[in-house]
Design a protein around this ligand. Structure first.
Ligand code: SF4
Length: 361
């Protein structure tokens, strides 16, 4: 594996020694500026670093430009088929564009895109999908990992010849082993940073598993500079899943570990919603760079077994019938109405974080 070059997507460094970045994609109408920015802000607060928006027509370019101006993170334009949309997005201030040269047939148009991106310092992500290989590549290498790699290398040469150095590549196939093989082969021969993702991964559970295996295998090999967990689910779920993958691999510190019980017949509260809310709160703390002096936080379904089962957690909450408990190291410290459990834990997190900041040298 080669060390990749470093490129800059707006202010964000990608590749080289930079941390792996999380990307997601808005599912809002790009023409709706405020709606899109609200979603971008929610994703940023959870730990997303890069946002991609569809640019399906020239009509959305003015709105896209406003989003680029006001977004708290670098914006990538997702372009298909029409090189003029790529030119428009570069002009509108996109930090990056994602194109699949295989589905843009106009070579002189592609050349214009390369020149415009080079002049503006816009990152170009060259996306190669097994499904849209050129007939020439397919005839020479078959529908194989090698065909994807050779195709990506050829497109990268094309862009480099026009002055584009800020390149990223993604290689995707609906077969997971083929996707992993193609990325490994590319990383062995090129220093261009790779964006990892598993295409058409599926719904939240099956897609997260598929992505964790594919993206996780490559990250374990030291391959991959940006990741997106593509899910048939709200983009917030994509960011949560990506964070979990990076946290499990020790590539991103996400604060204390959240432990929660599997629920059983004793559970009398909406534990899934509660655990998700606590997880989001932890992600927001981590995204804001705030520290907590704890190793584990527990969210348990019942007061009978919860505190005892989670006694190695620094702090936790346990549900009861209409009431709940706040406990520390297995000892109950407060009994309060169930509706106040989350707020009480948040207040503890706030106080602990502030104390930790004061104690820091
Ligand atoms: S903590 Fe309580 S609710 Fe959760 S699994 Fe154990 S016994 Fe069931």
């Amino acid at each position: 594996m080669m060390q990749t070059r470093t490129i800059h997507l707006g202010p964000l460094a990608i590749g080289g020694a930079s941390p792996v970045s999380i990307q997601s994609m808005c599912n809002t109408d790009t023409g709706e500026v405020e709606n899109s920015l609200q979603q971008i802000e929610r994703l940023r607060a959870l730990g997303c670093d890069i946002i991609r928006l569809a640019v399906p027509s020239a009509a959305v370019l003015p709105a896209f430009g406003q989003i680029c101006d006001r977004s708290p993170m670098p914006v990538i334009a997702d372009i298909h088929f029409d090189y003029r949309l790529a030119l428009g997005a570069i002009d509108a201030g996109a930090a990056g564009i994602r194109i699949n040269p295989g589905n843009i047939q106009d070579e002189s148009g592609l050349r214009q895109v390369a020149r415009a991106a080079a002049a503006a310092g816009t990152v170009v992500r060259v996306g190669v999908n097994l499904g849209s290989l050129s007939p020439r590549m397919e005839a020479q290498y078959g529908r194989s990992a090698e065909a994807m790699v050779q195709s990506a290398l050829e497109y990268c040469r094309f862009f480099t010849e026009e002055g584009c150095q800020a390149l990223k590549v993604s290689l995707k196939a609906s077969s997971l082993p083929l996707t992993v093989a193609a990325n490994r082969q590319f990383a062995a021969v090129s220093d261009i940073p790779l964006h990892l993702g598993v295409t058409e991964a599926g719904t939240a559970v099956s897609g997260s598993i598929k992505s964790a295996i594919g993206i996780g295998s490559l990250l374990l090999d030291g391959i991959g500079s940006t990741i997106r967990v593509s899910l048939t689910a709200p983009p917030e779920e994509e960011v949560r899943a990506a964070l979990r993958i990076l946290a499990v691999l020790g590539l991103r510190q996400n604060g204390p570990e959240l432990i929660s019980c599997p629920t059983c017949g004793r559970t009398r509260i909406d534990l899934i919603a509660l655990a998700t809310a606590v997880e989001d709160e932890l992600a927001r703390f981590a995204a804001a760079g705030r520290k907590l002096p704890w190793r584990k936080i527990a969210v348990m379904g019942c007061e009978v077994n919860g505190p005892g089962e989670a006694r190695d957690a620094d702090i936790g909450i346990a549900g009861g019938k209409g009431k709940g408990l706040l406990f520390k190291h297995g000892k109950i410290v407060r009994v309060l109405p169930e509706s106040e459990l989350l707020a009480a834990l948040r207040a503890e997190m706030e106080a602990a974080s502030q104390a930790s900041d004061r104690a820091a040298p």
